[in-house]
Structures are given as C-alpha cells and as structure tokens.
Design a protein around this ligand. Sequence first.
Ligand SMILES: [Zn+2]
Length: 386
Amino acid sequence: MPRNHPSHPSRLRMEFMDQDCPCTLPACPFFIAEQRLARLDPRAAVRELAKESPTSPFTLKVAMAALVDAQYRRAGAGTAFMGQLSHRSTGDRPHWDYPLRGIISIFTAIYRDSDAPRQGEDADVLKDTVSKYPVFVEAITRDFHFLTPADKMGDYRRCTVGGALLFFIDDPATKLKMYEEQSLRLIVHCWLETSPDYPLRHYATNVLVEVIVKKALNGSQPPPDYLERVFKLVKIPHLMSRLNFLFKSRKLADEMVWHEVQVVVYLTWEWQPFSPHVVEANVPKNVLAAIRRTLKNNARPFDEVENLFGQVEILAQNLFDQSPNTMHVLTGLVKNTYLVEVAAEGLKRANRSTEPVGNLLDRPGYFYRFFSHIINPKYVSTPCSL
Ligand SMILES: [Zn+2]
C-alpha cells in the first residue's frame, strides 16, 4: 500500500486523541497526569504505566506522548499497553480505550518515521506489538457490547478498532489470523454498523476490503471457505438492509462510494449465493443511485471515475451471470435503476476515446459488452417473465 494511499495506516493522525481535557485547573485529573508525566523520563514513565490502571488519565497522557516521542515505544510502552488490555472493563466504558490509543500511537509513529518499518530501528518494537494480536482481539471481543451502540460513540469505537486492525494486516501471518471467527465477526460488525457519514468510516471499510477483497498478501492466501465463514456471521436480510441504508444515504462521502461498491462487486463475483439476494433486495437500485450522485458531483479524479464505470459494468455482468433468468435481471435493472444512464455515459466515453474500438470492446466501463447482451442470444437464455 503506497504511503499516500488514503487507507495507509500512517494517515491515522491525531484524530483519535479527542477526549483529553485541555484545562489547567490544579484539581483536574488530566492536568495532574500531565504534570506527573512531565516529571518522569520516558523509561520511568513506562515502568509506571505498566502498573497503572488502563482507564487512568496518566495512561492517556502516555498514549499521546508515544505519538510524538520515539523513546516511549523504545522503552517498552507497547508491552505495557498490551498488558493493560488484559484487564477487565468494569464501568460503562471499555477499559481498552486508552491502551488502544497508545498502541495506535506507536504504530502510527513507526510508520510515519520510517519507509521500511520492519527493517528499521523499530523492527523489534513492531514485531513485538504485532505478535500480541491475539491479546488485542480477545480484549475487544470480550466486551462486544461496547461496539454495538448506534450512536457517535459506537461509531468512534468501531472505527478505532478498524484503524488498529489496519496496522496488524501488514503482517501476513497476523492477517491469516483475521480469518478466524472472532476476528471476522469484529471486522464485519465494525463495517456494517458504522454510520455512512461517520468521518472515520474509511478505517472500518478499508479493513473489510483488505481482508475480503485484497485477500492475498506476500504469498499467503485465506482459507478457501473464508466467505462461508463471513456469511455464517451475518444474517442476509440484515446485511441487505444495511447495504441499502448505506447507499441510500446522501451523506455517504463520494470518496467512500467507490470503496463500498468494490465490496458489493467483489461479493457478487466471488460468492455465488450473494447475487440473487442483492437483486431481490433492490440493492442495485441504491448502488446505481449512489454512483450517479458521485458522477454528477464531477469532482473525483479521472482514474477513480474510470474505475467506477468499470465497477458498474462488472456488477451488472455478475448479476446476469449468477442469475438463472438473465433477461429478468436485465429488465429489472433497466426499469428500476440508473444503469442505462450510467451505461450511456460509458458508451459516450468510449466514443470520445482515441483508442481503437477493438481495445475497448472487452474493457469494463465502456459498456460494449453490456449493450451486446441485449442482442446476443447467448445471454437471453430464458424468456422474460415480466
Ligand atoms: Zn480539566
């Protein structure tokens, strides 16, 4: 993943550090913790952190300091934060909130400070932190109810977990562990239940894309039944209703549409039972409407628009291919969605292209294949029942 890519972990910035108290009142616990940290050198601070409660303001202060100063992580702050994750949540907020921020700080700073973090000065810190992945997953899933509220706090937690997962994904062996039930449940849940317009939603979506769509990494492959595992964890009607809610939302950012569409396109291609459910639940109607909205805004970079056209054509193709009644699906798409409008736009682009038509015939996004389906008897295999 290139460093300037929007989902690159180094782009997780101070966004997570928004619950500190900025006041300097002598009695404020956050101010007291700040003073205490200022009196300690990083080694001493990390020794105290190891004995500190995960919910104490001091833990938050070390988590914040670790984002800017490499000495904390090199003194073992990551191990101390991971140790705190093994505690239990007692009140109405998760005990893992501050330690998780500490771990994200450490990852963020390592990726920010080096182009080759696995070979650099922090190689051991990185290796050690990543190796504690099971501790992280166990801590988060033990109190799953903290991830269920449908409000901003729930969105924040789901996306923080997504952001942390993105760092662990870089290690092939750890990525393989993400195909185990506990991790898959976490990944799918955080994506599915986060509000369309939550500004950090891209973390939750990008983890899903990395695990489901871009599944190969450095030669490692997911278990062959990984999609069956995913679909065991989610009820199809709920999935369809969340997808419709997502694509219907006018607040879904343009830049997110392409990431979300990618998931639907991939699943219709890769998982046979998916397409009929998608058609039946009218998901294509909302997907096409979201894409049309994005195209009308006309502000996306050229290659992204190119990609979107390609995705639409592949989606239509998948829906035909997976259906026992091609003509029925085609008629439904023509009648109920903006497919024809988008396809006509693709054809116009083909017409304007300086490339020979022969080069474009099979390339998704120019819709030659889509229009040829209408006249090609091979695809009109069963009579239309509409
Ligand atoms: Zn205060």
